[in-house]
Design a protein around this ligand. Structure first.
Ligand SMILES: Nc1ncnc2c1ncn2[C@@H]1O[C@H](COP(=O)(O)OP(=O)(O)O)[C@@H](O)[C@H]1O
Ligand SMILES: [Mg+2]
Length: 363
């Protein structure tokens, strides 16, 4: 198996700079997920790794080889496309065997590999069918099977679950994770869905506008987003943001004014910052103060959504739609004031003008 490294990878389509100075290193057997909004350059990057897209500048390494000039078929990778790209006139068996035939694999070995992959994926009974006789989930499995039979060093997946319904997506998510462990291969998986990325990745790469925003373990990124964009993109419901001016009182002490609360910040920190984008995740609202410095917010619920064990309580705070995720046992009713508390340690601070995270100690 193999590690994959991109060094200063750039991709231009004419004048358009689709991917900018991308540096990523994916260790052997990792489940790496590239995640970001549509158009941020995920497919372009994946196709460049596969050799289906040229490299404008930089290097792509698979294992110990720089593959910039290596043909796709010689890269020892297999890609599963969003569209599945199955041949409609071929049976499932023929679809899975096709790539091996092209590579002149002996017929006995082809049979063995296709049967093995079919058994791993539980699609033995479907081998004689044509793609149009399959459900979306079954087609998806065939597309994965076609990749497995190749026994590649690296699997590339481009949004393989986006055509499936929500329930099947959740099931396939877990199946692909299990498959990854079973095959012991390196996987690079592309999705715009942050929940998919969070649940599947061992390393996550968050991209925006062709630029890498943050890389790391999903939990690490969730707990410590380095940019406001990442904080807003990862997490559902999304983090609540409040832009607060960094003010100075008559005594020269600096503070953020939150409705009914003053948050004093240490001297010298965030010098030159005018507005602090203050973030609080919906689950970080508390119903009782956990600390004597905790902020208190009067919330008037406008909508209460019950999800079973928890509820999303929508209210307006500083003129902004705000969501608190509370246990359903908390009596939240539309129109009935509810006191919520915020522990300082749960606040995330960003420079509103640059989006960069601020390490702002509060007093
Ligand atoms: N063949 C192409 N020619 C010109 N622009 C392209 C081409 N392919 C992709 N792009 C542009 O490059 C950007 C990144 O595309 P893509 O990698 O497909 O994004 P993603 O997969 O993250 O949605 C988009 O703005 C897209 O319009
Ligand atoms: Mg794409």
């Amino acid at each position: 198996m193999a590690r994959v490294v991109l060094r200063d990878f750039n991709k231009f389509y004419g004048d358009f700079h689709a991917v900018r100075d991308l540096n990523i290193e994916i260790p052997d057997r990792e489940f790496a997920v590239l995640v970001g909004p549509s158009g941020c350059g995920k497919t372009t990057t994946l196709r460049a790794i596969a050799g289906l897209e040229s490299v404008s500048s930089g290097e792509i390494w698979i294992g110990d080889r720089m593959v910039n000039r290596v043909y796709p078929k010689d890269r020892n990778i297999a890609m599963v496309f969003q569209s599945y790209a199955l041949y409609p006139h071929m049976t499932v068996y023929e679809n899975m065997a096709f790539g091996l035939k092209l590579r002149k694999t002996p017929p006995g070995e082809i049979r063995e590999r296709v049967n093995e992959a079919a058994s791993i994926l539980g699609i033995e009974e479907l081998l004689g069918r044509k793609p149009r006789q399959l459900s979306g989930g079954q087609r998806q499995r065939v597309a994965v099977g076609r990749a497995i039979v190749r026994k590649p060093e690296v699997f590339l997946f481009d949004e393989p679950l986006s055509n499936l319904d929500a329930q099947l997506r959740v099931a396939m998510r877990a199946e692909i994770s299990k498959l990854h462990k079973r095959l012991g291969a390196t996987v690079i998986y592309v999705t715009h869905d942050q929940v998919e990325a969070m649940t599947m990745a061992t390393t996550m790469f968050v991209m925006k506008d062709g630029l890498l925003q943050q890389a790391g373990h999903p939990l690490q990124i969730y707990r410590k987003p380095e940019r406001a964009f990442v904080a807003g993109f990862i997490g559902s419901p999304a983090i609540n943001f409040f832009p607060l001016p960094l003010e100075k009182d008559a005594g020269g002490r600096r503070f953020l004014q939150f409705p009914g609360n003053r948050i004093d910040v240490e001297q010298g920190a965030a010098e030159g910052v005018e507005t602090v984008l203050t973030g609080l995740r919906p689950e970080d609202f508390e119903t009782a103060a956990s600390d004597e410095r905790s902020l208190r917010v009067e919330a008037i619920p406008e909508v209460v959504e019950f999800l079973g064990d928890e509820s999303y309580v929508h209210f307006t705070c500083m003129g902004r739609n705000t969501i608190a995720k509370l246990r359903s046992s908390v009596p939240a009713e539309v129109g009935k004031p509810l006191t919520l508390c915020i522990n300082h340690s749960r606040l995330h601070f960003f420079d509103a003008s640059t989006g960069a995270r601020l390490e702002l100690a509060t007093l």
